[in-house]
Ligand binder design. Structure first.
Ligand code: SF4
Ligand code: SF4
Length: 445
């Protein structure tokens, strides 16, 4: 498979966000300082929260299960440090929802429960056993969606998957955690791909990388040059190419239908970090207790890519990297889709790809002006929506109309808000419309 697949980017909308220069691409992955305390949410994934299986006073080792999955769409949660369980409390997670958290005080030696065991011969394992292992080890999508990976790889019997697409795009500005993983963990990535191929029973794998990462394209292309069925696809740099629908369109030219999933067009998309986590879970028996996070921003003294224990508080991370001044805004994730935090008392979770710290000047609130009907938001929408029309429907509480106009097709990429000369809160309003719809469904509104 040497022929380059066309097109090399998605055709509809998209933007090229301007760079503010917080580049961490050359910063190798560094272990963050060990935290004195961790606060580990029992809900860090899409689906049902895990049930606590520890109580205050219990002693845990790194990798011990502290929350057991409580349904099919759920995964285990593990202790990221050895120590004593201090309390189980309710608290807000980075996405703003109330969840139970297990607070552990670090004590003892940092070693995994299975240290000393040799790697598992995964090729001898059945698909069922591999899927169970992935679930037990708490693996979820590390691109930010946190969808349980065992479900993604359990394809319904009426669906046939023909391609596995590895999402190595990382199109959010300033984030480089995936980039460093793809440079530093190529061997693990290749084993993870083989495991995913077995589970999905696919022969064709495409690794999508944008052309602003030539070193990764070259290194991975060399690594796969003698492996049949794996191709690196260099894509034009454009946001939001990391969206599953945009990536599938860019690499395979296929359109995921409205309300549909990639598997409806025979594709499974996995983030590069997830693929490495799958290898570590299945072969090394390593649960998801830490992840690589890009910590950057105009006032960060030592920006970089840090491997951080899940449950570490943002304030501890910021104390380590150092700040030039008090932050004006802390964003979990990238500047386009990340979530601004109320304070620095939030833990790093499985879905935290970045921590962006902005100065007070950068974070200054801005006020939107009336729509000038320029149509820019429509031209950049990668889903072909009319954001201004949608927002009007939501603002007027015409919920049914907003749904008709494609509210649920919105991928919340923020391109419309970014480009609007009137600085209207378009993406935020659409998100609000979706939240209202969920609340109505639950009978809360
Ligand atoms: S946030 Fe939604 S409406 Fe706005 S550009 Fe992205 S997909 Fe379109
Ligand atoms: S970009 Fe802003 S000003 Fe232009 S049409 Fe859309 S909402 Fe109106």
């Amino acid at each position: 498979m040497k022929t380059k697949i066309k097109p090399s980017t998605f055709p509809l909308g998209g933007i090229h966000p301007r760079s503010l220069g917080f580049n961490t691409m050359d910063n190798e992955i560094k272990n963050a300082d060990l935290p004195h305390f961790v606060s580990i949410p029992l809900s860090q994934h899409i689906g049902v929260p895990a049930n606590a299986v520890v109580k205050p006073g219990d002693i845990v080792k790194t990798g011990d299960v502290i929350g057991e999955s409580s349904g099919f769409v759920s995964v285990n949660i593990h202790s990221s440090v050895p120590g004593k369980v201090l309390e189980i409390k309710k608290g807000y997670s980075a996405i703003g929802s109330m969840t139970e958290m297990v607070v552990i005080e670090f004590e003892g030696e940092l070693n995994m429960s299975r240290t000393g065991k040799s790697p598992v011969k995964w090729k001898d394992m059945s698909c069922e056993d591999i899927i169970k292992k992935i679930k037990d080890m708490g693996i979820v999508g590390l691109g930010g969606a946190t969808f349980p990976t065992h479900i993604k790889y359990s394809v319904p019997s009426d669906k046939k998957i023909t391609e596995l697409v590895i999402n190595a795009v990382e199109c959010e500005p300033y984030l480089s955690a995936d980039y460093r993983v793809m440079l530093e963990k190529i061997d693990d990535m290749l084993i993870g791909i083989e495991i995913a191929k077995k589970l999905l029973n696919v022969k064709n794998v495409y690794i999508g990388i944008e052309d602003d990462k030539p070193e990764a394209i070259q290194k991975i292309s060399e690594a796969v040059s003698n492996i049949e069925g794996i191709e690196v696809v260099d894509l034009q740099h454009k946001y939001p190419q990391g969206g599953e629908k945009q990536l599938i369109k860019a690499i395979l030219g296929r359109e995921v239908p409205s309300g549909g999933l990639p598997l409806d067009v025979g594709v499974v998309v996995s983030n590069i970090g997830t693929i490495v986590a799958v290898k570590e879970a299945v072969v090394d028996g390593k649960p998801l207790t830490e992840r690589v996070v890009t910590v950057t921003g105009s006032i960060v003294k030592n920006p970089g890519n840090y491997k951080i224990k899940i449950g570490t508080m943002i304030k501890d991370v910021l104390a380590e990297v150092g700040l030039i001044e008090d932050p004006g805004k802390i964003v979990m994730g990238g500047p386009m889709m990340g979530l601004a935090q109320y304070n620095d008392e939030m833990p790093v979770t499985k879905g935290t790809s970045g921590i962006l710290v902005l100065s007070k000047k950068q974070a200054k609130a801005y006020h939107h002006a009336p729509c000038v009907r320029c149509g820019k938001c429509i031209s950049v929408c990668p889903m072909g929506l009319d954001p201004t029309l949608l927002c009007t429907s939501i603002e007027l509480d015409r919920a049914e109309k907003a749904i008709e106009q494609g509210q649920n097709d919105c991928i919340e990429c923020g391109c419309c808000s970014y480009t609007c000369p009137s600085q209207k809160h378009l993406a935020q309003t659409i998100k609000l419309g979706k939240l209202r719809q969920i609340a109505r469904r639950k009978g809360e509104a």
